[in-house]
Design a protein. Structure first.
Lengths: 300, 261
């Protein structure tokens, strides 16, 4: 049975990854899951310098999911290269580093620093809804997305995957812009912008007022967007949004994703990622499927 | 520190101690590695409420592998827990957080200070100190005469009560109880609402007393990955190299001098 998938020439032992921001750099969850069993660890976003993030409360629960407005707190690229990459290199898994920034120069600085490291791929976060300065504009205007993608391609030594925002009128326009600018892959969806009001205290549940919604409640939207993008572009797609189990993961594959990422469900069941790896294999056995690639885009 | 796990616990007993305050004993292997001032996270069965609920450990019975939690109904999740009966199961994640540094209080004059639903973690802390030969002054504040855990605490130290309405003990808060009784300490271990913790931080600074306070914040993962539950720190934190410690893993107990609250 083959569970390997390929994205931008890189072979992943299976199509199960972690969604950026929900898994740190794997350290915290290595107590629960064997990182050697994951297709890839996609790290928490890293910027050129440390970012303190937003005020608290940063997280709140909503029906069937949660809202977060962490604001990309991260230690900056220096600490990341010194500490997080060596940690992940101990494991037999691929490393995809999520890159964030406020200006094109910020992104370029991180992409260049990562060029000399032993990471496998970069995911460019142009779609975080919780950072006020600029970044989201790169992910919500097709021409801006094209420009930043083309610029980063000039500097990147590893393949780049653009992470798309669902908070747009037509996500396929964004997918096409990324592809046209030379992106090696796209990942979707980032969180959906939401809001919750505490009616007893008459205030917003999050200090940031708005937050990104994730969790099982957003899955149908994500599946639809993956399907639309798979029909719009030829570059591979990493699909995510509310994936809780192997059945959900297989839906994304059938919609056209080459791999999937598990996000908020890590918080609810820390063993979700490896349970999905097992579950996909069981499904393949049950249906006599020899190669997981047969599932990708199986539903037209 | 022992490995964190998500396990299925069995409800051993449950009763209501005061209006909306519940007392539940859980049978779980996590009792073996539990510590005073640490917490567990309980997952509601209702899948519309997905995130685990962090609840402090009130008492540990290692011999019988049981953990006691005393919690207030604060929403849908805790309301669900309050309906559990003996024999019901619940998924729990633990053991989480650092706990109170009881060894720093042993042999010294100690205040254990708790306010409202911050009182429960003091019980195991008082028990651990008493086992080491240190009987603390335990100063607890409640809204009204609906006290809980007072008799339990009295086994391990001298208990002073303050109530907001003056119905039991001193009228006022835990700081008033210290002043009225002329109490003094070298070390303070505290858990309670933020205004109380701020007052303790100030008192500790003014009196050159060590104080360790247990903080609370909305959290998602409980294991240090999501960076949801941070607090401002005086020094640069070791994780993100900013001034944000993670309450779930670097805390919940912090040296009061180290945090800006």
């Amino acid at each position: 049975m083959n569970t390997k998938v390929k994205i931008a020439g890189i072979e992943f032992q299976n199509p199960v990854m972690t969604a950026s921001g929900t898994f740190g750099s794997g350290m915290e969850y290595s107590e629960f899951v064997d990182l050697n069993r994951l297709g890839a660890v996609v790290t928490k976003g890293v910027a050129n310098v440390p970012w303190p993030g937003n005020p608290t409360p940063r997280v709140t629960e909503v029906y069937g999911g949660m809202l977060n407005a962490i604001g990309l707190q991260n230690p900056g690229i220096d600490v990341f290269i010194e500490r997080d990459i060596p940690f992940l290199k101990q494991y037999d898994t691929k490393i995809i580093v999520n890159v964030c920034g406020k200006t094109v120069e910020d992104y370029v600085a991180v992409v260049e620093r990562l060029g000399d490291t032993e990471i496998d791929m970069m995911e460019i976060n142009v779609s975080c809804p919780n950072v006020k300065e600029g970044a989201i504009a790169f992910g919500q205007k097709a021409d801006c997305l094209y420009d930043i993608t083309a610029e980063l391609k000039k500097h990147a030594k590893q393949p780049i995957m653009m992470k798309l925002s669902p908070n747009v009128t037509d996500i396929t326009e964004m997918a096409r812009a990324a592809e046209a600018a030379g992106a090696d892959a796209i990942s979707l969806i980032n969180t959906l912008t939401g809001m919750k009001i505490d009616i007893h205290r008459r205030c917003f549940a999050l200090a940031n007022k708005t937050g990104g919604m994730s969790g099982p409640a957003i899955k149908p939207i994500a599946v639809r967007m993956v399907y639309q993008c798979a029909n719009a572009v030829k570059i591979p797609i990493v699909g995510m949004g509310g994936i809780a189990n192997a059945e959900d993961a297989i839906e994304f594959l059938m919609a056209g994703a080459t791999a999937v990422s598990v996000g908020a469900m890590n918080f609810i069941n820390p063993y979700t990622t490896t349970e999905i790896v097992d579950g996909i294999e069981e499904y393949m056995k049950q249906y006599g499927i020899e190669d997981v690639n047969e599932l990708i885009g199986a539903v037209k | 520190m022992a490995q964190k796990k998500k396990v299925t616990a069995v409800v051993y007993s449950q009763k209501e101690l005061a209006p909306d305050i519940y007392d539940m004993w859980l049978e779980t292997e996590l009792a073996e590695t539990a510590r005073a001032g640490a917490f567990i996270a309980l997952y509601p069965k209702d899948k519309s409420t997905l995130l685990p609920r962090p609840i402090s450990i009130c008492e540990i019975d290692r011999e019988n592998r049981r953990l006691r939690i005393v919690y207030r109904i604060a929403g849908k999740g805790t309301r669900e827990f309050s309906a559990y009966q003996k024999g019901d199961t619940v998924e729990i994640l633990g053991v989480l957080g650092n706990g109170f540094p009881t060894q720093k209080a042993e042999g010294k004059r100690v205040f254990l200070m708790g306010g409202g639903i911050g009182v429960p973690p003091l019980l195991e802390t008082a028990k651990a100190l008493a086992a080491a030969g240190t009987r603390a002054d335990i100063i607890v504040g409640y809204r009204d005469s609906k006290l809980f855990l007072k008799e339990d605490l009295e086994q391990y130290g001298r208990v002073y009560v303050a109530t907001e309405d003056g119905s039991v003990g001193i009228r006022g808060n835990v700081m008033d109880a210290i002043a009225e009784n002329g109490l003094q300490a070298d070390v303070i271990l505290a858990c309670g609402p933020m205004p109380m913790l701020r007052a303790i931080k100030k008192y500790a600074e003014e009196n050159d007393t060590e104080a360790y306070i247990s903080l609370e914040e909305r959290m998602a993962c409980g294991v240090g990955a999501c960076l949801g539950c941070v607090c401002k720190t005086k020094d640069v934190d070791h994780h993100s190299h900013v001034h944000n410690a993670r309450i779930c893993t670097d805390g919940p107990v912090f040296d009061a001098k180290e945090v800006d609250i």
